[in-house]
Design a protein around this ligand. Sequence first.
Ligand code: 13P
Ligand code: SF4
Length: 306
Amino acid sequence: MANVDLKQLAGEIIKLKKERNAVILSHVYQRPEVQEIADFVGDSLELSRKAAGTDADVIVFCGVHFMAESAAILSPQKTVLLPEEDAGCPMADMVTAEALRARKAEVPDAVVVCYVNTSAEVKAECDIACTSANAVKVVASLPPGRPIIFVPDKNLGRYIISQTGREMMLWEGYCNTHHRLTLDDVKKVKSEHPDALLLVHPECRPEVVALADHVASTTGMLRFARECPAKEYIVATEKGILHQFKKQCPGKMFYPASDKLVCPNMKATTLEKVLRSLQTMEPRITVPGDIRERALQCLERMLAVQ
Ligand code: 13P
Ligand code: SF4
């Protein structure tokens, strides 16, 4: 779409946002033009904190379904809009509440930890949630000696085990986008940019994580690149983050670890859809009361971990 159209759409969104007393939250994987109209751009953990703390009447969540659902769990009195209703997370769909209940029945004394990339129904079955930014702290905070079931990301799970030394029973889940990145892809890009530091998201395969100069959530990567004197970085996470790297670290060079690192669900939100959602106040994300209460405990325990 031409820049002038994007500008016009952005102007209409900003105007309507004020009339509706809405706040627009955007994940760093969103399209650049969507990030630009947001009041706040961040990772999953920061966006949950913003959703819990905002005094706006309406939250427009530019991200995927589980993120908007977390906002609805944390702020039930607010209207939560997800501009593209079908923007889901394939990894979140890899664990169902039913399958998790069956697993819990096999290990009744287990503490159940879920990645925030899960449905509200799954969170309602879990003791505590985590994001990639606080996963190591969350697991390290658990009582020693208790078995731990971790769902659904096996790659993040392996990384947590390596950092905490805690045994965990993992699930066969993974992020389609990050898991697609192979060791050969990374070796190739490293050979093309031998001086660049390698930043890796823990949703990547363990053999890719093993090559990293720094492993972090999306916001953790941005912080590292802002503070580190190195001038060149290879980025092993979804390519939408490059927009923030360029904005926050002028004068430094960032190379995607592969052109495959695109999450179609994160790219499904467009400015047209954001505007339409503010005009129609749809699609609205709600969570039924009984599930919400149990999922809220799971999220609140996470937010209490410092
Ligand atoms: P973070 O926002 O925690 O870095 O997670 C990345 C992700 O894949 C979100 O869907
Ligand atoms: Fe889900 Fe991966 Fe897309 Fe994040 S990047 S929304 S984990 S599929």
